[in-house]
Design a protein around this ligand. Structure first.
Ligand code: T46
Length: 133
């Protein structure tokens, strides 16, 4: 879990942020998806992954992301389009407090596979305990 503020490459025409796989993001990017139009007071995510690592950027608007390693929860504010948050595998992630205009872009290390999801919190805690033994 780490948060990074990326350099903004701006000039008189406007701004640009570049994020490169295996350089700014510590994995090869195999999938990109984004969520938007999230209703007020509705959280997204609320699961973990066996293998997938994710890099989250609120490219428009803002939201909060709570990451939980099974022992400790930390809430991050994604409120600038040049802030990226790394969510490692076996980290429970909850995205919440979306502004109506929020577009949350996610770069993922794996192709989509529902079998990679851990959607039950008790199963997640068991798996983190096994991984730490
Ligand atoms: C995350 C947050 C921010 C696909 O078919 N392909 C995909 O790549 C993804 C991510 C989802 N889907 C399907 C699976 C479900 O039928 O889209 C539907 C909604 O997915 P989900 O309920 O997982 O959506 P969120 O918003 O709760 O979570 C998603 C990601 O799954 C998650 O990893 O971090 O966005």
């Amino acid at each position: 879990m780490s948060i990074t503020t990326h350099r903004i490459l701006g000039d008189h025409r406007g701004q640009l942020v570049a994020i490169e796989g295996q350089q700014d993001v510590p994995f090869e990017v195999k999938r990109v998806f984004y969520i938007y139009g999230t209703q007020p007071d509705v959280p997204r995510g609320q699961h973990s992954h066996h293998q997938t690592r994710q890099y989250l950027i609120a490219v428009n608007g803002s939201c909060k992301v709570t990451l939980d390693d099974g022992k400790q929860k930390v809430t991050y504010d994604l409120n600038q389009p040049n802030i990226g948050l790394l969510q490692d595998a076996l980290i429970w992630g909850s995205m919440h407090d979306f502004t109506p205009d929020c577009v949350l872009l996610v770069l993922a290390s794996e192709h989509y596979d529902e079998a990679d999801y851990i959607r039950d919190y008790e199963d997640f805690l068991k798996e983190t305990k096994n991984a730490n033994q």
